[in-house]
Design a protein around this ligand. Structure first.
Ligand code: 6PG
Length: 249
């Protein structure tokens, strides 16, 4: 586990945009595709904007890049709450990625049906791996962190936390709104897992996830522990403010 602390949200987005392009090149050099699961919420929007810029987009092998999502709100793609919609408008419509390489969760469908459909999508990803794998292996999973300790749409004490027989499942946000989320085994099978967290509001939970008592059912982000891959926290100074000197070292 690595912790990178950047000055602010803009510096964080710049650093991650650089490393995203590098990870894409490395993955596409080692395998037929670079498979990445995007996160939702506000924090990745600055990154998405940067990926649309020539200086970054020209470094990404888009023809071999496949975009997936870690979670989605159960809304149509044009809804302002749509995680797919945010990435589409942020960078996807500005870069030369083939439409068939964009694997979105169908937030407009019934949650059970959409989760089942996406579970199939992830099983196809697993089947395409050489050698074939049981759990789909992403080259990169981007995650955010809620002030309640949720990540993707894995909420405290949520049913989705204990799902083992599906790679995508419906979930319910604390406000009652329906969501779709990949399950913990998918996140933990990834080669790289990156948390992007910025702002003082997150400082307490960042410290609790990284240094607090281990209670993953209550703090789902604590359940993120890649089996073979690497875990990196990209924090701005404000989000890192409550970490101990040891953790910051
Ligand atoms: C979502 C996300 C969710 C998000 C956190 C942090 O769909 O909302 O995937 O897990 O990453 O809630 O959200 P912010 O970046 O908006 O603080």
């Amino acid at each position: 586990m690595t912790i990178e602390i950047l000055k602010d949200g803009d510096a964080l987005a710049l650093r991650v945009a650089d490393l995203f392009a590098l990870a894409a090149q490395e993955s596409a050099a080692a395998r037929p595709r670079f498979a990445v699961a995007l996160s939702g919420g506000e924090t990745p929007r600055a990154l998405y904007k940067l990926l649309a810029r020539q200086q970054f987009s020209q470094k990404v092998p888009w023809r071999r890049t496949h975009l997936y999502w870690g979670d989605e709100r159960c809304v149509p793609p044009d809804d302002p709450r749509s995680n797919y919609g945010a990435a589409r408008d942020g960078f996807i419509k500005h870069v030369p990625i083939p439409a068939e390489n964009v694997h979105r969760m169908r937030g407009e469908d019934l949650p059970e049906e959409a989760a089942h459909e996406y579970d199939g999508e992830l099983r196809r990803l697993a089947a395409q791996a050489k050698p074939r794998v049981d759990v789909p292996v992403f080259d990169l999973v981007l995650l955010g962190l809620g002030t309640d300790g949720h990540t993707a749409s894995l909420f405290p004490h949520g049913d989705a936390l204990t799902v083992e027989d599906a790679f995508c499942t419906p979930a319910t946000a604390p406000d009652g709104s329906p969501r779709l989320t990949v399950t913990a085994p998918v996140i933990n099978a990834a080669r790289r897992v990156w948390f992007l967290v910025s702002g003082a509001a997150k400082a307490g939970m960042v410290a609790e996830v990284i240094e607090g008592l281990r209670v993953p059912m209550a703090v789902p982000a604590q359940g993120v522990a890649p089996v073979h891959g690497s875990l990196t926290w990209f924090l701005d100074e404000a989000a890192a403010a409550e970490l101990s000197p040891d953790a910051r070292a």
